[in-house]
Design a protein around this ligand. Structure first.
Ligand code: CP
Ligand code: NVA
Length: 313
């Protein structure tokens, strides 16, 4: 391990929302993630005495795999508890759940429907709780996305990212990471799907300290000139009952070759995945050389591993 990757003590026990990390802490996590991506050799016993449990109320490919494979790469052990059939809090109270688990494991990674479930876990547990996606935030995705942006642009403070789609979890964490790292973000959503006003206010407050410019609009033309074009599914997990209504409302918000052509000449295309070709993005864009979606997926692991090192080592 080189001197840049000595574990530091983070200001928060948990990561439920990126506002819990300082800009410097995020920068350090990204630096460590780059070191790890260059080779795990010196990190492969960093967490050799640690155990992680993963509690997931919703399906996952990337989040489950990247946490589980990643933790193993650092020498730790991972256990997956499937909560798709019974939500946390149904069999016993959320606080009792946390108070049991902390007797055996060192960290809880959890994907929940309600953000409040994570808040309750964090309040009860003395060990770190990491948000693996809730209705409100997806902080680990945004850390990986910041790493992917760093790989593509020399100076993040000079770039503008356009998020086109639903103003929910992924969008909220992108707003916060943009504000924390000082890059500009334009959120383009249909009427009634704009981001949560409280989250926008939080991001705007942080942005005053970093110079990030935050814009919200329903005009897809506003993506022109941006350096990164980002989209997410029109129908998030748990919203399946409103699928046909959402397809109508989002039809004009597809990332097409025209959207990419109007963006900066060197613009990249980003998506947290899973993707739906022909809905939020056309195949010609997501499968084009401009697309960095599988780098984002790989970077989940490095960004989360860096977070784990600083939280636990
Ligand atoms: N991006 C993401 O969180 O993917 P999964 O839902 O497959 O974990
Ligand atoms: N907004 C999506 C993100 C999936 C990673 C969802 O919540 O389903």
């Amino acid at each position: 391990m080189n001197t840049m990757t000595q574990p530091m003590t983070l200001s928060s026990k948990d990561l439920l929302c990126l506002s819990q990390l300082t800009s410097q802490e995020i920068e350090q996590i990204l630096t460590t993630a780059i070191d790890m991506k260059n080779g795990y050799g010196s990190f492969n016993t960093s967490l050799s005495d640690k155990t992680m449990v993963m509690l997931f109320e919703k399906p996952s490919l990337r989040t489950r795999m990247s946490f589980e494979v990643g933790f193993t790469k650092l020498g730790g052990s991972a256990i997956y508890l499937d909560h798709q059939g019974n939500l946390l809090g149904e069999r016993e109270s959320i606080s009792d759940y946390a108070l049991n688990l902390e007797r055996w494991v060192d960290v809880i990674v959890s994907r929940t429907f309600k953000h409040d479930t994570l808040e309750q876990l964090a309040k009860a547990a003395s060990i770190p709780i990491i948000n693996a996606l809730s209705d409100l935030y997806h902080p680990c995705q945004a850390l990986a996305d910041a790493l992917t942006l760093k790989e593509n642009f020399a100076d993040l403070k000079q770039i503008k990212l356009a998020y086109i789609g639903d103003g929910n979890n992924v969008c909220h964490s992108l707003l916060l990471v943009a504000a924390k790292l000082g890059f500009d973000i334009t959120v383009i959503s249909p009427q009634d799907y704009s981001p949560n006003a409280q989250v926008v206010r939080l991001a705007e407050k942080i942005a005053t300290t970093t110079g990030s410019i935050i814009a919200l609009t329903s005009d897809i033309q506003a993506a022109s000139g941006h350096h990164a074009i980002y989209t997410d599914t029109w129908v998030s997990m748990g919203q399946e009952q409103s699928q046909s209504q959402r397809h109508d409302h989002f039809a004009q918000y597809q990332v097409t070759e025209e959207v990419m052509a109007n963006a900066d000449a060197d613009a990249i295309f980003m998506h947290c995945l899973p993707a739906h070709r022909g809905q939020e993005v056309v195949a010609e864009v997501i499968d084009s050389p401009k697309s960095v979606v599988f780098d984002q997926a790989e970077n989940r692991m490095h960004a989360q591993n860096a977070l784990m090192l600083h939280l636990l080592a």
